[in-house]
Design a protein around this ligand. Structure first.
Ligand SMILES: *[C@@H]1O[C@H](CO)[C@@H](O)[C@H](O)[C@H]1NC(C)=O
Ligand SMILES: *[C@@H]1O[C@H](CO)[C@@H](O)[C@H](O)[C@H]1NC(C)=O
Ligand SMILES: *[C@@H]1O[C@H](CO)[C@@H](O)[C@H](O)[C@H]1NC(C)=O
Ligand SMILES: *[C@@H]1O[C@H](CO)[C@@H](O)[C@H](O)[C@H]1NC(C)=O
Ligand SMILES: *[C@@H]1O[C@H](CO)[C@@H](O)[C@H](O)[C@H]1NC(C)=O
Ligand SMILES: *[C@@H]1O[C@H](CO)[C@@H](O)[C@H](O)[C@H]1NC(C)=O
Length: 436
């Protein structure tokens, strides 16, 4: 009996749950705002290019030995259409733009003394100039939660060194005071990265909101957060709400909910992704013959569908994309003139009559269905839009991919999306983000 209790205790200590360092006050919650890194997504082609790198990381098979790094692999390649959030670190506080990333967990920023850092727009954070910086001991559960091949416990403390195909980040874990929107937290664990390379598109770091222990929401014990991405990003920032039921909530008659899934091949503590169960796709009047295996997980943990804030467009894997493409082709045949998407890096493109007429192009509707009965009739501009400035070519903003399918941020626009971590549900409803 005692033995069992001890075993349970040891088990709990070893694998978590990791206690929140500071509890968010649930009766209040807090609010921050998000800005698109590139207003207007001026270059769709560049956005696809950035997405491609991100997808390469997201899609790696989770059972290969490289996958322990998956949580962090996506960090240094971010979509041109990513969103940033202003955060402040240290005492006195230094404010910098960070990419908001639901597809990774670590919170990190470039740190002095940099041996190799990318140019950033804001002053470099210097731990020596902050009275609240402390190194995280290697014995800390959050240090231990990092993938071991890339973590080194030495005189620097809990050091990490991640190398990727197109970038890298290295440094050591530490704790600091962090301010997000109107809330300040002490002892938040973050990555103080002294060597970095990659495309950060103007940001000086990343705030990971993934499901695994290192993420901001896991550390703060935040049970829910929601955001509403404005399609008209020039009209103002997009709200993100954390913590409180009255603040981060979606209400109304048309709220849709679906449970998050776990990838059975990936241990919980190494799985930052928000998987959902896509059970059906309707194009125009045609229900695609989607079966549980179309978007299900393979035995090696490939497949699945992720909702991701850091990917711009939407990517559908394998047979799912083939069905979608075929349905669009057959329903536009004879009504629209196909043109090559290659110059724009899109797949399925058509002639359009100029910017003002793009909405008049007769493309079939798109509806996504999720387990639990949730249904999303995707707004036109979230899946089909002009890709050149003149509006002569309009493309399906859904592209083929291998491995994992990803619902990117363009398809999440004008939706109030609630990540209800306590209940393990994604809820969403169409919304005017300006009034959220
Ligand atoms: C949250 O803040 C309110 C007002 O400051 C306070 O009354 C309440 O006790 C706090 N709750 C928690 C859980 O800290
Ligand atoms: C758009 O991005 C692509 C790929 O990064 C680049 O080759 C092209 O020159 C860019 N076009 C413009 C108009 O900036
Ligand atoms: C990963 O697996 C490959 C092939 O099985 C092996 O050669 C390599 O040493 C492994 N790498 C690590 C970091 O374990
Ligand atoms: C600690 O390990 C990291 C990662 O391997 C390395 O970059 C760093 O130089 C080491 N620091 C010391 C003091 O050994
Ligand atoms: C949150 O939203 C749900 C569903 O719309 C609603 O039933 C509930 O009353 C809301 N809670 C609060 C505190 O507003
Ligand atoms: C997704 O939902 C369908 C229908 O409810 C179910 O048959 C399938 O097993 C679910 N897939 C996963 C991975 O849970």
């Amino acid at each position: 009996m005692a033995c069992t209790a001890l075993a349970v205790l040891v088990f709990a200590v070893l694998i978590g749950p990791f206690p929140p360092v500071t509890s968010a006050n649930d009766s209040h919650g807090f609010r921050a705002s998000l800005t698109r890194m590139r207003q207007h997504l001026s270059n769709y082609s560049a956005a696809v290019h950035h997405d491609t790198h991100r997808l390469a990381f997201l899609a790696r098979s989770p059972t290969t030995n490289t996958t322990t790094t998956r949580a962090l692999q996506a960090l240094v390649e971010n979509g041109a259409g990513a969103y940033h959030m202003s955060v402040s670190i240290g005492t006195p506080p230094l404010t910098f733009p960070a990419i908001l990333d639901t597809g990774s967990d670590l919170v990190w920023t470039q740190c002095a003394p940099c041996t190799e850092c990318f140019a950033q727009r804001t002053p470099l954070y210097d731990p020596a100039g902050s009275s609240t910086f402390s190194k995280l001991p290697c014995t800390s559960p959050l240090c231990q939660s990092m993938p071991s091949p890339f973590r080194a416990c030495n005189a620097s403390g809990c050091a990490y060194d991640y190398r990727y195909v197109v970038g890298f980040t290295a440094g050591s874990l530490a704790t600091e005071v962090l301010t997000v929107g109107d809330a300040t937290f002490r002892d938040v664990t973050f990555g103080c990265s002294t060597a970095n390379g990659g495309h950060m598109d103007g940001a000086s770091g990343i705030v990971g909101l993934g499901r695994s222990p290192l993420s901001l929401v896991s550390q703060l014990g935040i049970g829910r957060f929601s955001y509403c991405l404005r399609s008209d990003s020039e009209a103002g920032a997009s709200p993100i709400l954390f913590g409180s039921l009255s603040l981060a909530n979606v209400t109304g008659d048309n709220v849709q909910s679906t449970p998050f899934l776990r990838n059975p091949a990936v241990p919980v503590r190494r799985a930052p992704y928000y998987y959902v169960n896509l059970t059906g796709v309707t194009v125009g009047a045609t229900d695609l013959p989607v079966t549980p295996s179309t978007f299900g997980f393979t035995r090696t943990g490939a497949g699945g569908v992720i909702v991701d804030s850091g990917t711009t467009f939407t990517y559908v894997a394998g047979a799912g994309y083939a069905m979608l493409r075929q349905a669009f082709l057959s329903q536009t045949a004879g009504r629209l003139t196909r043109v090559s998407g290659a110059p724009f890096d899109f797949d399925l493109c058509f002639e359009a009559g100029g910017v003002l007429d793009v909405d008049a192009v007769p493309v079939p509707g798109l509806v996504l269905r999720f387990a639990g009965g949730a249904e999303y009739a995707v707004p036109r501009r979230s899946y089909f839009d002009a890709v050149d400035e003149q509006g002569r070519v309009a493309c399906l903003l859904v592209l083929p991919t291998g491995g994992v399918s990803v619902i990117g941020n363009v398809m999440q626009m004008d939706l109030h999306m609630l990540y209800d971590l306590d209940r393990g549900m994604l809820s969403f409803t169409s919304a005017d983000c300006a009034s959220v």
